[in-house]
Design a binder for this molecule. Structure first.
Ligand code: AMP
Length: 184
């Protein structure tokens, strides 16, 4: 059983590492950003409502995200665990997740914070070239991260559930550290 929450700024490598660990542990990699991008591409109700927020680098309102997470964690394929990547993004979402997990009789094993300096994050995002990886949106996403998401680190720290990993290293090295840290 592996239940993990991957935290850290945009461009820190959470998504890449989450996919590696998910494949290894044979559990779903749940990325709210991916779910939103997919919904936007398919022009679903969710996608239409979320698009302007994602394009500008703002958080999509909680009422669009919370039901989605509840449904996703109730899905059959989460029986052996899950990795959350990009959720929770603010303290309200973290509180919601704790309540939801209590309801589901589950516990997160740990929250892992990937640390990378801003300058490296910006370079990585510009190289990645997603639609929201332009300079203006990147600046906004880093600002949103500092204002709304960084307090989530304190939330888990205060509950002794936070672990940190240096994300400014080659992918394989980060994976190796992660496996050691999490006993995978
Ligand atoms: P990501 O792929 O995690 O970088 O997310 C891309 C964008 O999706 C973010 O900039 C937000 O606009 C939106 N997003 C992803 N996850 C969340 C979330 N948990 N709450 C609100 N908005 C989110």
């Amino acid at each position: 059983m592996t239940r993990l929450i991957f935290l850290g700024p945009p461009g820190a490598g959470k998504g890449t590492q989450a996919q590696v660990v998910a494949d290894l542990a044979k559990i779903p990699h749940i990325s709210t950003g991916e779910i939103l991008r997919e919904a936007i591409a398919q022009k679903t109700d969710l996608g239409v409502k979320a698009q302007s927020y994602v394009d500008q680098g703002d958080l999509v309102p909680d009422d669009l995200i919370l039901d989605l997470i509840r449904e996703r964690l109730n899905h059959q394929d989460t029986a052996n665990g899950w990795i959350l990547d990009g959720f929770p993004r603010n303290v309200e979402q973290a509180v919601f997740l704790d309540n939801l997990l209590t309801e589901l009789n589950q516990n997160a094993d740990s929250a892992v914070n990937f640390t990378v300096d801003d300058q490296v994050l910006i370079e990585r995002m510009l190289a990645r070239g997603r639609k929201d990886d332009n300079e203006e949106t990147i600046t906004r996403r880093l600002q949103v991260y500092r204002e709304l998401t960084a307090p989530v680190l304190n939330y888990y720290q205060e509950r002794s559930r936070l672990q940190s990993i240096d994300g400014d290293r080659p992918i394989d090295e980060v994976t190796a550290s992660l496996k050691a840290l999490l006993n995978l």
